[in-house]
Design a protein around this ligand. Structure first.
Ligand SMILES: [Zn+2]
Length: 145
């Protein structure tokens, strides 16, 4: 399960509307709970470095990711997930999304943006033990506040 404040939830959905018809992407920071759920305490927007195919691909600059991780740690936050949008496509992960997901135990949040308006937001947990058996599994999103 992913727990997220109304504010952060709206922020990631609005980000997808702003970058439409291109994909947005960002990082979710917070804490891993003992029950295996993740609690988001802040969301960091990223620039999409995929300029070749930004309408259906996303990529976070590794240097930007390292900076976000370091700044999060200074506030006592860990990277607990990632988000991106699917302009005019369902909020379901693609084969590419799975191939490019590497943070086992983290959430991957996808928002469908239909004609510029954020529609469905789904979250998937990357489970498995390594790259060979990793899977994206549906998980509940609890929006608080
Ligand atoms: Zn995707």
């Amino acid at each position: 399960m992913l727990r997220i404040s109304r504010e952060d939830y709206e922020l990631l959905r609005r980000h997808g509307e702003e970058t439409y018809p291109y994909e947005c992407c960002g990082v979710l920071l917070g804490q891993f709970a003992e029950d295996g759920s993740r609690a988001v305490s802040s969301a960091a927007r990223c620039g999409n470095t995929r300029t070749d195919s930004a309408h259906n691909r996303y990529n976070i600059d590794p240097r930007e990711l390292v900076r976000i991780q370091r700044e999060g740690r200074e506030r006592g936050e860990e990277i607990v997930g990632f988000y991106h949008s699917h302009p005019d496509h369902p909020a379901q992960w693609s084969a590419t999304d799975l191939a490019e997901a590497h943070w086992i135990g983290c959430s991957y949040v996808i928002t469908s943006v239909e004609q510029g308006k954020a529609a469905v937001t789904n979250s998937f947990e990357l489970t498995g033990s390594d790259e060979n058996d990793k899977r994206l599994v549906d998980e509940a999103v609890e929006v608080e506040g």
